[in-house]
Design a binder for this molecule. Structure first.
Ligand SMILES: NC(=O)c1ccc[n+]([C@@H]2O[C@H](COP(=O)([O-])OP(=O)(O)OC[C@H]3O[C@@H](n4cnc5c(N)ncnc54)[C@H](O)[C@@H]3O)[C@@H](O)[C@H]2O)c1
Length: 318
């Protein structure tokens, strides 16, 4: 089966991510079947999807007409060309799901996992049709954060990866291709490299956590939505980047384990905004206001992207 703009999609695990991934496909006219073990999760799924259509000011009736729930896995995947697994992040559960999917679907059906970090090769180890399993690492929430890291594991068919990328692009997402199954994929490696340095700076007493966040939000972070780090290097010239690296690299933190300050805060129960303290102190109002601000920013960016897409057409590079 070749993936196309009307390929039916089945989602296995209709929790936070699975439901939201299904909403993205349904909003673009794909028939989507949501499967979940839990009756409760299935019962609330369409209402939860409805709130996403409302938030994005998309046609809710049209979108919901493409979504249905199903409590029997064989029925859920019958007729699907793409199955996306978004079950719990546990190897044994994912292996069981994929063994079932391999048995229940035709060899032409693409099977994708939304694992955050379990190597695909581990998930597919007991399968005989490893070529049709790949990683699709969506970001939360996928209807606002369009990146999908598409992971081509050792045994995955490159052709199926290409088809999946085209399909993801056609529903307004921004897929990128990883030709190796590496921990953290690309996005989390970069995000956590930044956090390692941020925590090291606070731990060494240079400044407090608020100052670190200010430096990002009012400094280089302002450019990031339109200028990636390597584009920025090319624009300023690589001689400058090289000169900075020759001085700076020996000074950067290279702690090869979780930062001691992070370990200490967690041990003290200072686990973040919900507990009133993490790297910074929080009132519930401050935490709510910040979350609201993030959501409003992401919604407005998503609307802007939709406008651009309507003007320029879908499938721009990215
Ligand atoms: N939450 C995130 O920000 C995020 C981001 C990217 C990737 N992921 C990954 O996506 C996956 C799902 O995460 P989530 O946050 O949506 O979790 P979740 O707990 O909200 O959803 C998991 C769902 O799977 C269901 N489930 C349990 N066993 C199942 C089975 N055998 N078959 C079918 N369904 C089953 C549960 O009932 C639940 O509804 C995980 O692998 C996670 O690591 C999460």
């Amino acid at each position: 089966m070749t993936l196309s703009r009307d390929t039916p999609v089945a989602i296995v695990g209709a929790g936070l991510m699975g439901l939201a991934i299904g909403q993205v496909f349904a909003a673009r006219g794909h028939d989507v079947t949501l499967y979940d073990l839990s009756d409760e999760v299935r019962a609330s799924a369409l209402e939860r999807a409805g709130t996403i259509f409302d938030l994005l000011e998309q046609d809710k009736d049209a979108g919901l007409a493409h979504l249905k729930t199903e409590g029997d896995l064989a029925t859920a995947v019958a007729g699907a060309g793409l199955v996306i697994e978004a079950g719990p992040e546990r190897l044994a559960v994912k292996r069981t799901i994929f063994l079932e999917l391999e048995r229940l679907t035709d060899a032409s059906v693409v099977l994708a996992t939304n694992t955050s970090g379990i190597p695909i090769r581990e998930i597919v180890a007991p399968l005989s049709q490893k070529f049709r399993v790949l990683g699709t690492h969506f970001w939360n929430p996928p209807y606002l954060v369009p990146l999908v890291e598409v992971v081509e594991a050792e045994a995955t068919s490159p052709e199926l990866v290409s088809q999946t990328i085209d399909l993801l692009r056609s529903v307004g997402l921004r897929p990128v291709r990883l030709r190796a199954d590496i921990p953290g994929f690309i996005g989390n490696r970069m995000q956590h490299a930044l956090k390692r340095e941020a925590i090291a700076i606070v731990a060494s007493g240079v400044c407090d956590a608020e100052t670190v966040d200010t430096v990002v939000k009012y400094g280089f972070g302002l450019r990031l939505p339109v200028l990636g780090p390597l584009e920025q290097s090319d624009l300023v010239g690589l001689e400058l980047t090289l000169a900075i690296h020759e001085t700076l690299m020996p000074a950067l933190d290279v702690t090869p384990v979780a930062q001691p300050l992070l370990v200490k805060l967690v041990a003290e129960g200072k686990t973040g905004a919900k507990k009133g303290e993490g790297f910074r102190k929080w009132t519930p109002e401050q935490a709510d206001a910040l979350q609201k601000n993030v959501n409003e920013y992401l919604v407005s960016a998503a609307k802007q992207r939709r406008l651009e897409e309507e003007t320029e057409g879908p499938g721009r590079s990215g």
